[in-house]
Design a protein around this ligand. Structure first.
Ligand code: COA
Length: 182
């Protein structure tokens, strides 16, 4: 499908472009982005343009993975990325350090989940590597139910099994489990 723009009072989600490469490259130097995601490390501006050219555009065109830039309304600066992969109906996201603590990812996740549900998804899945309490807090605040620990669908950089916290948000709002969040 063609890229879709989503908006709340605090964020505007639209398609990342090559013009975002400097912001993406800067954010992907952050040790927490490196630790908790699978972005290449070390990360160069060439990785950012490859991300835009090989993943973002083809992902939308093939309906495999929808990727949005997170911007503040009225600004062109990319503050972060949120992505939704259709095969597993799962989310991935990061924010630049300077954009954290303001609820931007909360709004971005709400917008993407609501949009996916509007597209017919019966539920949306989230996971993070065990210990990523900042990501877990985003999922919990966005109404996901914690569903336990499992091997991550997206293994860490070494490729071996990586333990993950998992959660689900059902389209109808019913809890997917009664487990307490770690
Ligand atoms: C995970 C990550 C995106 C979370 O960022 P974040 O800034 O904590 O998330 P949000 O934008 O939703 O902001 C939430 C914070 O804003 C605050 N906030 C302010 N107004 C808010 C509002 N209206 N709604 C929600 N939160 C609000 C919250 O209290 C919270 O702060 P706290 O954690 O100190 O309580 C960020 O830590 C990150 O990029 N980490 C590295 C990459 C990563 O781990 N990605 C996930 C891989 S699974």
């Amino acid at each position: 499908m063609l890229p879709v723009t989503l908006e709340s009072a605090r964020v505007r989600l639209d398609v990342p472009t090559r013009a975002d490469a400097p912001a993406i490259t800067a954010a992907c130097q952050d040790p927490d982005v490196v630790r908790w995601t699978t972005v290449p490390s070390p990360y160069s501006s060439r990785d950012a343009t490859t991300f835009v050219d090989a993943l973002v555009g083809p992902g939308w065109a093939s309906d495999r993975e929808y990727t949005w830039a997170i911007r503040r309304p009225g600004s062109t600066w990319l503050e972060g990325i949120v992505g939704y992969r259709t095969a597993g109906r799962d989310l991935g996201f990061w924010l630049a350090p300077s954009a954290r603590g303001a609820g931007l990812m909360h709004d971005a996740v709400e917008l993407v989940v609501d949009w996916a549900v509007g597209q017919g998804a019966p539920d949306v899945y989230w996971e993070c590597y065990v210990g990523n309490t900042a990501s877990a807090a985003v999922a919990r605040r966005a109404g996901f139910s914690y569903t336990g620990t499992a091997d991550a669908r997206v293994p860490g950089r070494d490729g071996g099994p990586t333990p993950a916290w998992t959660a689900l948000r059902r389209a109808d709002g019913s809890p997917a489990s009664d487990l307490a969040w770690p």
